[in-house]
Design a binder for this molecule. Structure first.
Ligand SMILES: Nc1ncnc2c1ncn2[C@@H]1O[C@H](COP(=O)(O)OP(=O)(O)OP(=O)(O)O)[C@@H](O)[C@H]1O
Length: 318
């Protein structure tokens, strides 16, 4: 387990990002991200706007990196239609071919991926069976429920039997039964040797699929590895809390004597203190008594939102 490093020393990387950035004008979607993903299921986790969809679109060649290199199965995805034969994407957005039946939609998707007419028909039927949509295959997509849409999108991603699958929030909007079925389906696809990157902003969804996660926030890779190791990393990582005060010198002098505070620093032109602690709960419990002292006014308290712990807590609590 490491911060944005190589996964499994013996496994070759199927998906590789080398110092990749993607800008949308002034907005950064992915910020200098390096990552190697091996076979099996990897969960891509992060709050809304973290850059997950941008990363998946870079990996599937829908976006071109502003900087750095992306490789999937050793090839550059951008402007490389040939790679589509080996890669499947289940997109987040729900805009499908509304007027088509599920079956026709899948046949068209298979044909787009390069399969001939007969092969595309067979592949569509197989994929429908795979996601348990055969009974609804001849209805038009517009009438599908959210769960049915997710299943038909997944069928579209795997209709041409790709080695690599990118699934953008595939479990969103599904009921618990459908969710269980999709999780089993995705696990089965990985068991057959595929590489699957699944994005989510809900930790427990991804944990049901894999212990191996990539944690993103604000376009950056915050941590990569086994979810248990990430928890350990959080425990080892001091929690940073910022206190805004007109009495920073007095406050700092008191806080350095607290045994649960490992660092005290006066910051931002002298009107704030940044403290570091391994026991934030205890720190927050003690703080009100301190703030009531006349020479230790505290105007504002906030935690450093970029910290691993803040992102993780967001994911655990959502
Ligand atoms: N087409 C676009 N034009 C401008 N900015 C964009 C565009 N797409 C994404 N962004 C910005 O890039 C950042 C990353 O967005 P992205 O959609 O990749 O995140 P995400 O983790 O997939 O979030 P969500 O789960 O909400 O889709 C955000 O700040 C977002 O506003």
């Amino acid at each position: 387990m490491s911060m944005g490093d190589v996964d499994g020393p013996d496994e070759p990387a199927v998906i590789e990002f080398r110092s990749v950035s993607k800008w949308y004008g002034q907005v950064i979607g992915v910020n200098n991200l390096s990552l190697r993903v091996a076979r099996g299921v990897t969960g891509l986790l992060g709050p809304n706007g973290a850059g997950k969809s941008t990363l998946l679109q870079l990996a599937t060649g829908q976006l071109r990196p502003s900087q750095g290199e992306v490789r999937v199965l050793g090839h550059r995805p951008w402007n490389n239609a040939g790679l589509n034969r080996y890669v499947g994407l289940c997109p987040e957005q729900d805009a499908l071919f509304e007027w088509m039946t599920g079956r026709k939609f899948l046949r068209a998707s298979a044909a787009l991926a390069g399969l001939g007419r007969t092969a595309a028909r067979e592949a569509a039927d197989r994929a429908l069976e795979h996601v348990k949509m055969t009974a609804h295959a001849d209805r038009i997509v517009r009438g599908y429920s959210k769960g049915m849409r997710q299943r038909i999108k997944l069928a579209q991603a795997l209709v041409h039997d790709p080695q690599v699958l990118f699934l953008d929030e595939p479990l969103t909007g599904t009921d618990p039964v459908a969710r269980r079925e999709l999780i089993d389906l995705i696990a089965g696809l990985a068991h057959e040797g595929r590489t699957i990157l699944v994005s989510s902003h809900v930790l427990y969804e991804v944990q049901a699929l894999t212990p191996r996660i990539v944690l993103m926030n604000r376009g950056r890779l915050v941590a990569f590895g086994d979810v248990r190791n990430i928890r350990d990393l959080i425990d080892a990582h001091p929690h940073r809390i910022v206190l805004k005060s007109p009495n920073t010198r007095n406050l700092a002098a008191k806080l350095v004597r607290w045994d649960d505070v490992v660092g005290v620093e006066i910051a931002r032109g002298g009107d704030s203190i940044v403290i570091e602690t391994h026991a934030p709960d205890q720190f927050y419990r003690r703080l009100p008594a301190l703030a009531r002292e006349a020479d230790s006014l505290i105007e504002e308290i906030y935690s450093d939102d970029d910290s691993l712990e803040a992102v993780f807590k967001y994911l655990v609590n959502s």
